[in-house]
Design a protein around this ligand. Structure first.
Ligand code: HH2
Length: 278
């Protein structure tokens, strides 16, 4: 397993779990903190997350919440580029959450250090667009599309099926000429999965380490936490932090979170406990 992730001009050391802070630029993000076309507010949020300890920032201009409607590449880019440009000097790699090859190309040219694709580079032209750059690539599993994914997710063996899918996408990326040190995989919590599926994936997360590339996990504020705690999205901080720590203990290398400061503190406790073992 690579000990660092190659992200364009950055090399991200993965000797301990890293935090990816979410900056949502859409108007309908499920998490309730979308910066909807307000670039200055988004840049301010990004800078605050870096101050709080984010190791990467993830900019998303198209909501992937269940039932969300897609936006055009033009709209995505008009939301992304000013924020990406404003955050480039912040000192951490900037990831762009997109599935569109034209957005990948433009974001890469503008300095994005990671492409985070919830469709695992399945869109026509996406693999070629991503392979031709030097940004890190996150390949995520999803069953269906955001518009339909929560209607009736079905698996015979969710852990094995997600594992096999990610294994095929890693092989496809390597065959397209992507260096292994640029790859990250993500089981895609909440993307075409019931609560039972999500819990099985989290319980057996350590199995994904065998894929030989770092694991990224995003559970922060998601509806599975609402289903477990009965709390609305604005009150899921404690549950989100607990889920992040459980994922880190099972091998997650990068945690995608909305609440960086709180998760950072919890990771410090985990680090301190793990140090005692060494
Ligand atoms: N989850 C969301 C979006 N992008 N990318 C990865 N790799 N993993 C995830 O779990 C993931 C993701 C959904 O969360 P959010 O961006 O906060 O909401 P929305 O898509 O509604 O803006």
């Amino acid at each position: 397993m690579p000990a660092t992730l190659a992200c364009a001009g950055y090399r991200l050391a993965l000797d301990r779990p890293r935090l990816m802070g979410v900056v949502n630029l859409s108007s309908d993000s499920f998490s309730g903190d979308g910066c909807a076309g307000d670039s200055s507010r988004a840049i301010e949020r990004g800078l605050r997350l870096v101050e709080e300890g984010a190791d990467i920032l993830d900019l998303g201009a198209e909501s992937s919440r269940p039932g969300a409607s897609p936006v055009s590449a033009e709209v995505e880019l008009s939301r992304l580029l000013p924020v990406l440009e404003g955050l480039l000097p912040c000192g951490v790699p900037i990831s762009v959450d997109t599935a569109k090859p034209e957005v990948m190309r433009a974001a890469g040219a503008a300095g994005a250090a990671m492409i985070n694709d919830i469709q695992a580079l399945e869109a026509p032209g996406a693999m070629a667009a991503a392979a031709s750059a030097t940004a890190a690539l996150c390949l995520m599993h999803m069953q269906g599309t955001p518009a339909t994914m929560q209607r009736q997710p079905y698996y015979r063996d969710v852990v094995q099926e997600v594992f096999d899918y990610l294994s095929r996408r890693v092989a496809a990326a390597l065959a397209a000429g992507v260096a292994r040190e640029r790859l990250v995989v993500d089981p895609g919590f909440g993307f075409g999965k019931t609560l039972a599926h999500n819990l099985l994936l989290l319980r057996h997360l350590d199995r994904f380490v065998a894929l030989g590339v770092p694991l990224l996990v995003g559970i922060s504020r998601k509806s599975m936490l609402g289903a477990i705690t009965g709390r609305p999205v604005g009150e899921r901080l404690a549950a989100s932090v607990a889920a992040a720590i459980l994922a880190a203990q099972r091998g997650a290398a990068i945690l995608r979170v909305h609440d960086v400061a709180a998760t950072r503190d919890a990771l410090k406790v985990l680090d301190a406990v793990n140090m005692e073992d060494k």
